[in-house]
Design a protein around this ligand. Structure first.
Ligand code: SAM
Ligand code: DTB
Ligand code: SF4
Length: 321
């Protein structure tokens, strides 16, 4: 399988690389300026994740602990019951989350798998939470069904630059992701699309990922920037750590390129100090995953995050459900 070059868009790679190359203070100052034009700098959007179907995934994504292709990875489990999902959603709501994101370790959902998910979406939406799902690639009509059930956002990440994609995943191509993103958009869903940094990509490739995201038309409403969680037994477990300041730069450039998108400081926060997270917020991040767990790995405790937000004088954005 090959990854064909993707359409040229408004943002040119050279201009994005020039942003990355700015002196750090100039870059962060500029990002904070853009941020203030479009958002309250003291507000943060809180999304809670739940893995509704864990492990046993047929895809070979090198970063992912849920791929059945990595020996010793997460064992495949059955889908959670609708009741178990509603209980978790209620807990997330009580803790102050405004969006509930349901994730499944699928390449793409079969129709019989989608039916219970539609039920989950209907009932979580009825609780007054924004709904998000990430279920893999969608076929014609599936995004529409999710929309009709009350789904607000669909998460589908481009993950890295097209040139680096084949080094990380061989079981699908970039165009497959773009096709699903088109279906999601055409169904009237809001798009949550981002990627992972720290997978051994170059700065030019980080710029390449952001070019893809920024040139989506319209731009994604939500952009999760994940720092690779190096999970044992995955092919990327021994990847060298990315310089944290380079992660901050990535957030700042994302903010400048996508001024009205929510940029989410996503996976990897357990390994980040409070000052580092504060720098990410200063650079324009205005959303986090909130709750003790991501999908299979850890996330900071709710109490710790509340303390951090209080220390920074930040508060949760209100719910738009
Ligand atoms: N299977 C679906 C898919 O791939 O779209 C949905 C679930 S998948 C786990 C969702 C996203 O989690 C991936 O696109 C990737 O960006 C992120 N992810 C998975 N493992 C990660 C890791 N170890 N570190 C950071 N992000 C990770
Ligand atoms: C996203 O961009 N990051 C989340 C969510 N979207 C689905 C997932 C992070 C997963 C980290 C590894 C794990 O917990 O399994
Ligand atoms: Fe499967 Fe998604 Fe993990 Fe890839 S990232 S192995 S598609 S669960």
């Amino acid at each position: 399988m090959t990854n064909p070059p993707v359409h040229p868009g408004k943002w040119k790679l050279a201009a994005i690389e020039a942003l990355f190359d700015l002196p750090f203070m100039d870059l962060v100052f500029r990002a904070q300026g853009v941020h203030r034009e479009h958002f309250d700098p003291n507000k943060v959007q809180l999304s809670t994740l739940l893995s509704i179907k864990t492990g046993g995934c047929p895809e070979d994504c090198g970063y992912c602990p849920q791929s059945a292709r990595h020996e010793g990875s997460e064992a495949g489990q059955d889908m959670l019951s609708v009741d178990a999902v509603l209980q978790a959603a209620e807990q997330a709501k009580q803790a102050g989350a405004t969006r509930f994101c349901m994730g499944a370790a699928w390449r793409s959902p079969k129709q019989r798998d989608l039916e219970p998910v539609l039920d989950m979406v209907r009932q979580v939406k009825a609780m007054g939470l924004e709904t998000c799902a990430t279920l893999g690639m969608l076929k014609d009509g599936q995004a529409q069904q999710l929309r009709e059930a009350g789904l607000d956002y669909y998460n589908h990440n481009l993950d890295t630059a097209p040139e680096f994609y084949g080094e990380i995943i061989t079981t699908r191509v970039y165009q497959d992701r773009l096709d699903t993103l088109d279906r999601v958009r055409d169904a009237g869903l809001s798009v949550c699309c981002g990627g992972i940094v720290g997978m051994g990509e170059s700065r030019a490739q980080r710029a390449g990922l952001l070019a893809q995201l920024a040139n989506l038309d319209p731009q994604p409403e939500s952009v999760p920037v994940n720092m690779l969680v190096r999970v044992e037994n995955t092919p990327l477990a021994d990847t060298a750590e990315l310089d944290p300041l380079e992660f901050v730069r990535t957030i700042a450039v994302a903010r400048i390129l996508m001024p009205t998108s929510h940029v989410r400081l996503s996976a990897g926060r357990t390994a980040m100090s409070e000052p580092l997270q504060a720098l990410c917020f200063l650079s324009g991040a205005n959303s986090i995953f909130y709750g003790e767990k991501l999908l299979t790995t850890g996330n900071p405790d709710v109490e710790r995050d509340q303390q951090l937000l209080t220390k920074l004088g930040m508060s949760a954005e209100s719910c738009h459900a």
